[in-house]
Design a protein around this ligand. Structure first.
Ligand code: GDP
Length: 472
């Protein structure tokens, strides 16, 4: 019957109706980060641990035994690819475990949690259900937001100024310098330029540089090869004619913004309630000061997306809606002994300070931490030249992807004061995580999980508490 009918029949029925109709809330959790930051591993381990509720003591609802059931359900969005949880989990839990395939595009998974409420309502209500919609998307796509306010001419100038400081850009720069951009447009020239530019972006990314926009050039999804992804920065000729290469490149750049960047923000980004931004801070520290400075600027860029008022298009799109909580997490903390983790968290805080100040201004609650979604190492203290060295031990991954030998490493100490890392690179300045870190590519540890046990992790439960704990 209607709510009014039930009202007439008594209070018990009313609370039933209310809980069915009104108290079955959904929460959209965005998971982002640049490629290889650890999004796929994070979601897989989070979902496995929530489904099995095995290793989540820092998640208050779990510690209080209030999570009665957790199950996967069909997601509400029919046209977004489903996050391939089962395949990723079986990669990590196989007899010969291997890392799953990384995020290439947006995907989604719905995990429903049946919880016993706390506090005043606990006596009145039966169990509630929270639908957690986890949305995985490349951080590269967020960086494209800045393009919306940038003309092709300005973007070209900024990009061509940035490229020479990066490895692997020589070929493209030579090609762009030799190009007559006022000549008639031809598709093969556009293709050759776009390919060479994409190679330069990929090389910079592999060398540890973070800001490699346009984001879809690195992760094109199903748009690969379309005209909107076939352009490249070219210096503006004096007065480029209508059919010139330069004019067509400009038109395609505008198409990229209108038809690729804007729909992503409209269809996916604008609906997110909570956000975790995963950062491979250790990788950037290892890659050196230039990569780290680039990461710091990139974090500020990513957070630009969470600052209302920063961008006219977004302001209009969100109409006052906002992300309530943002967590910045340094991933792969199992590469370091736990005695180093507070320093990694402090670095993460320093890296995102500017970004966090902006988010706070916008009313979002923010926090930083270091975690490992899937712990691949154990700790070991080794006597070395009369000193105790805090090491981590794990199974190395051979370059061909097979499992190698077990080894213990001491990748070096992180600085106590993050300022030492983030200061502009000087002659003779110390480098951090230099030698051993290079070879610390671990395979996932072989797991023998008992029933009800999730994969081992570091602080994944603390992350979950921050992100969703208040809604359970
Ligand atoms: P994505 O591109 O953000 O989806 O990144 P992935 O989740 O695929 O992670 C990229 C790689 O980082 C993995 O293949 C692993 O080698 C490594 N990785 C991710 N998470 C962890 C972790 O918790 N511990 C360790 N040791 N390595 C990790």
């Amino acid at each position: 019957g209607t709510l009014a009918d039930r009202l007439a029949r008594g209070v018990g029925n009313v609370t039933d109706t209310l809980s069915e109709t009104f108290f079955e809330p959904t929460l959209r959790l965005g998971v982002t980060g640049l490629s290889r930051a650890g999004k796929t591993v994070f979601i897989t381990s989070l979902v496995a641990n929530l489904l099995d509720r095995g290793r989540m003591p820092q998640l208050a609802a779990e510690a209080e035994s209030r999570i009665l059931a957790a199950y996967l359900q069909p997601q509400p969005d029919d046209t977004i690819p489903r996050f391939d949880y089962e395949t990723h989990l079986s990669a990590l839990t196989a007899r010969e475990p291997h890392w799953p395939d990384s995020t290439r595009a947006v995907s989604e998974l719905r995990l429903s949690l049946k919880v016993r409420p706390t506090g005043l309502l606990a006596g009145l209500q039966g169990p509630r259900t929270l639908h957690l919609d986890i949305v995985d998307y490349p951080g590269e796509w967020l960086l494209d937001l800045a393009l919306l306010d940038t003309s092709f001419e300005d973007w070209t100038a900024a990009t061509l100024a940035r490229l020479p400081q990066r490895p692997g850009a020589e070929a493209y720069l030579a090609m762009a310098a030799a190009e007559d951009a006022s000549a008639d447009f031809t598709e093969p020239r556009a293709r050759a330029l776009a390919d060479s530019f994409t190679t330069a972006l990929n090389t910079a990314r592999e060398a540890g540089f973070s800001d490699c926009t346009p984001g879809r050039f690195l992760l094109p999804g199903e748009k690969a090869g379309s005209p909107a992804l076939t352009f490249a920065p070219l210096p503006k000729p004096d007065s480029p004619p209508r059919r010139s290469l330069w004019r067509e490149m400009e038109r395609r750049y505008e198409a990229y913004k209108a038809q690729i960047v804007k729909p992503f923000f409209r269809d996916h980004f604008s609906r997110i309630d909570r956000q975790i931004v995963l950062v491979d801070a250790l990788g950037a520290i290892h890659a050196g000061p230039a990569a780290l400075e680039d990461l710091r600027r990139t974090m500020a860029g990513i957070l630009g997306a969470f600052r209302p008022g920063g961008n006219a298009f977004l302001t209009q799109l969100l109409r006052g809606r906002r992300v309530e909580k943002i967590l910045f997490a340094a991933t792969k903390a199992d590469h370091l002994h736990h005695s180093q983790h507070p320093r990694l968290t402090a670095i993460m805080e320093a890296l995102t300070r500017e970004a966090r100040d902006r988010a706070r201004f916008a009313g979002a609650e923010t926090s930083s931490m270091s975690l490992a979604a899937l712990r691949a190492t154990v700790e070991q203290t080794v006597a070395h030249q009369g000193q105790d060295l805090d090491c981590v031990r794990g199974t190395l991954l051979n370059p061909d992807g097979t499992r190698g030998r077990q080894a213990a490493f001491h990748p070096g100490a992180l600085p106590q004061d993050p300022a030492h890392l983030l200061a502009p690179a000087r002659e003779g300045a110390p480098r951090w995580l230099d030698e051993d870190y290079q070879i610390m590519r671990f395979a996932p540890a072989a797991l023998t999980l008992k029933p009800g046990e999730g994969p081992p992790h570091i602080r994944l439960d603390r992350a979950a508490q921050f992100l969703i704990g208040d809604r359970l």
